[in-house]
Design a protein around this ligand. Structure first.
Ligand code: C2E
Ligand code: CA
Ligand code: CA
Length: 749
């Protein structure tokens, strides 16, 4: 399910670094030239290097947009902002025509102004995800901007006063408005970072630094408008600002994932505290020295408005409690809140539970960051086929829920298919392309109930059904309920049993037919259920396999079996144990796991045999054969269990990487009633012997069959005729009673 294109990608990534390297080089040259030259004079070389740096920044942005295939609005808006700003500078330079500066307001200002809404757009696309939080956030930003403006008004008072006295009021306003806009952007970032700890990408300090440079240059320009010369050090603020912002955009594009929540955000009130603090300072300074009345008015307004976000805080708290951090969707609580009032009476609707298939694999293989990014994108895809009247929530983990209001069964099924189809296209996260599918459980209201919790439970049961039958989606029916609910409960109990150690191994002797000696036993698992009593493996192993608990369970069995053999050895009983493996255990790590286990217990490899079934070999023969070959090279013997029930032909026997064949019980049972079965068993034994394989007869439960098997040359037999699987404590007494001389050697002898 995971496909990662490696080689190609590294190449593509190095290529994508070229514009960045060019940008950094040109910028460094520009700074060097600026420092070496005369800072206050017009210098053509510096001017051209500056505009080249800006154009390289545009190139970096265009690459970023192309790389993300226009999928990240933050990158698109940011790139547009950098591009228009550079266009403004390019126009300014081309219009200079030998002059050292243009009049204060020129056509370039149109482009400069356009920069701000675009940049604001780049920031606000992140806010859009946080339904219900937009208002407090914007208010925070406005308060921040007002406070900034009041400080500006105080600092720039001389300019304003000069402006008020002459006829250039409009120009003055234009000049003064830039720093205020810069600070508005910075305060918006402050608002974003404080209110939800939102991630603006790994290089967010560059963004802040860039905007700070803008603000400094704009203030410096406003203070010295008349003396401004293109190419002077003031330009450096804007040019390096553009460069920093472009590098930030590149960082966002590279991070690949959409914004992540991070917990290291500043406390939510920081923004308000800084704003009110600045406003109070302005007012205090105003008491000591004469400052612009505008500054005082703005400061007062800041304080007034600062109270408003506090009123919103309560709503914010509610919003936080009902919103999922990662995706910005309602969480389980939010869903329940939104569902209230939509259920009841005759109102029809459908509740979906969606659970991603094998999401855990992604998390385990590629890490939580990729898992999180995947969840965010999946959430966005699920939203696509829904209308504004439908609800979409993330219940936690990889579970989502959808509620469709006022739909018929047909419409609900259609939407379910659309939701499945949304995941048909792999999800792109950084360099990984992830193919994921979903299982959807559907419960209808009022048919399946009008109570929220009942409906949620039924949708959950239906989802479980969809998952186990791999059918994509499943409509709840009362038939599922019993089985489904029981299964769900059983699964929880199974997990608890693993933790609490409710499993026990029983051991069934394998009797060596020529001399009746017992030198090996097969370990068979039992579950001592606290309520239901002892359960046979067939009643819980399929569920364990389905729920992915098998590797854990097998590790448990292997460890217990090996530990037991070691204990028997200490007591003087030299015996080997056969452990049953399931398909999911045939993994790369198995040979090492087994080796480590045996070394820990100081046991030779002959002590352990692994039983696997034929069809486990059929799934991925090359892969299994390799692992089994490793085990056998280490001296661990392999037994083919339930032989004859699989699909392999006898001809296939030759290629089996095994030491032993266990003839399935069905053949042995058939021997009593059907003469042909005896013939078949005989020929399998002969063939196996010619291939140097031992043959074990399973399920031998009567003396006649045993007699016939002896006659046919069968090597070993196992079955109720000798013994049922026994608790560990009964094995030694049984063996002692069975073959007093052959197997038990006294510790002293
Ligand atoms: P299996 O490996 O074929 O084990 C033999 C099963 O036949 C055992 O059932 C055993 O109790 C039963 N049996 C033995 N002799 C006779 C007989 O004479 N007559 C009859 N009617 N039955 C006999 P059990 O213990 O219920 O195990 C069932 C299956 O569960 C096993 O079949 C094996 O596939 C699986 N299993 C058991 N323990 C484990 C385990 O630890 N790991 C894994 N992966 N599978 C296990
Ligand atoms: Ca077995
Ligand atoms: Ca068997």
């Amino acid at each position: 399910m995971l496909t990662e294109a490696h080689g190609d990608d590294t190449a593509r990534r190095s290529i994508s670094r070229i514009p960045v390297i060019a940008l950094v080089t040109v910028s460094a040259l520009y700074v060097a030239c600026l420092l070496l030259g005369d800072l206050a004079r017009f210098d053509a070389a510096v001017v051209w290097l500056g505009i080249t740096a800006e154009l390289s920044a545009v190139a970096v942005c265009i690459f970023a947009v192309l790389r993300t295939r226009r999928s990240q609005w933050q990158v698109v808006f940011g790139a547009a902002a950098v591009t228009v700003y550079t266009a403004g500078d390019a126009y300014y330079l081309s219009a200079l025509n030998g002059q050292h500066s243009l009049s204060v307001v020129s056509a370039a200002d149109v482009a400069y102004f356009a920069f701000y809404p675009l940049m604001l757009g780049a920031l606000v696309v992140t806010v859009r995800k946080l339904k219900g939080l937009t208002w407090p956030l914007l208010l925070d930003s406005i308060v921040g901007a007002l406070a900034a403006a009041s400080v500006m008004a105080m600092i720039l008072a001389p300019v304003l006063q000069a402006g008020a006295g002459s006829s250039t009021t409009f120009e003055m306003v234009v000049v003064v408005i830039y720093p205020v806009l810069d600070l508005l952007l910075i305060s918006t970032i402050g608002g974003l970072m404080t209110s939800r700890g939102l991630d603006l990408g790994p290089r967010w300090p560059l963004l802040v630094a860039g905007l700070m440079l803008f603000a400094i240059a704009d203030i410096a320009y406003a203070l010295g408008t008349q003396d401004y010369i293109a190419g002077s050090v003031i330009d450096a603020g804007w040019i390096l600002g553009v460069v920093a912002i472009a590098l930030w955009i590149d960082g966002v594009a590279r991070a690949g994932a959409v914004l992540r929540h991070h917990d290291r955000g500043m406390p939510a009130v920081t923004m308000l505290m800084v704003s009110t603090g600045s406003a109070v300072s302005v007012l205090l300074i105003g008491c000591q020295v004469p400052i612009a009345p505008l500054a005082q008015a703005l400061a007062a307004l800041t304080l007034l408005l600062a109270a408003a976000p506090l009123l919103f805080r309560n709503r914010l708290l509610v919003a936080l409690a009902t919103t999922d951090d990662l995706t910005g969707l309602p969480n389980r609580r939010g869903l329940i809140r939104d569902l209230r009032g939509r259920l009841g009476g005759r109102r029809s609707g459908a509740l979906f539970f969606l659970d991603l298939d094998r999401f855990k694999d992604v998390n385990d293989a590629l890490g939580h960051d990729v898992g999180d990014a995947l969840l965010v994108q999946v959430g966005e895809r699920f939203a696509r086929p829904l209308t504004s009247n439908d609800l979409l929530a993330r219940l936690g983990g990889d579970e989502f829920a959808v509620f469709l209001d006022g739909v018929s069964l047909e419409e609900a099924l259609r939407v379910a298919r659309r939701l499945e189809a949304e995941l048909a296209e792999p999800v792109q996260i950084g360099t990984a392309s992830l193919k994921i599918s979903v299982s959807i459980g559907i419960a209808l209201t009022p048919e399946n109930g009008t109570d929220i919790h009942l409906l949620m439970r039924k949708a959950d049961i239906a989802m479980f059904r969809a998952k186990s039958s791999r059918s994509g989606h499943h409509l709840y029916s009362s038939m599922d309920d019993d089985g489904g609910a029981r299964k769900l409960r059983m699964l929880q109990e199974l997990r608890a049993a693993l933790v609490e150690g409710q499993f026990e191994l029983h051991y069934q002797p394998k009797v060596h037919l020529p001399d009746d000696a017992v030198t090996s036993v097969e370990a068979l698992i039992r579950w001592n259920h606290p309520v239901l009593g002892q359960l046979p493996p067939t009643s819980f192993l399929p569920l364990a396999e389905e729920a992915g608990l098998m590797p854990e369970l097998s590790t448990l069995v292997l460890e217990a079996a090996v530990a037991q053999v070691s204990r028997w050895r200490a007591d003087g009983l030299i015996i080997s144990v056969a452990v049953n493996l399931s398909q999911s255990c045939i993994q790369h790590g198995l040979p090492r796991q087994v080796r480590t286990l045996l070394t820990q217990h100081h046991l030779p490899p002959e002590c352990l045999m692994l039983e696997i079934t034929e069809d486990m070999l059929m799934g991925d023969p090359a892969h299994s054969a390799k692992i089994l070959a490793q085990l056998r090279a280490d001296g661990i013997r392999i037994s083919i269990d339930d032989f004859g029930t699989g699909y392999s032909s006898l001809a296939y026997l030759r290629d089996l990487p095994a030491d032993e064949l266990k003839l399935d019980r069905s053949f042995i049972t058939a021997m009593r009633s059907d003469r042909r079965a005896g013939g078949l068993v005989g020929s399998i034994i002969d063939l196996a012997h010619s291939l140097d394989l031992r043959v074990v007869a399973e399920g031998v439960d009567n003396a006649e069959t045993l007699l016939e098997l002896r006659a046919l040359g069968c090597d070993l037999a196992q079955g109720f005729h000798f013994a049922k699987p026994l608790p560990a404590a009964l094995v030694v007494p049984w063996i002692t009673g069975h073959t007093p001389v052959a197997a038990v050697t006294s510790a002293t002898g």
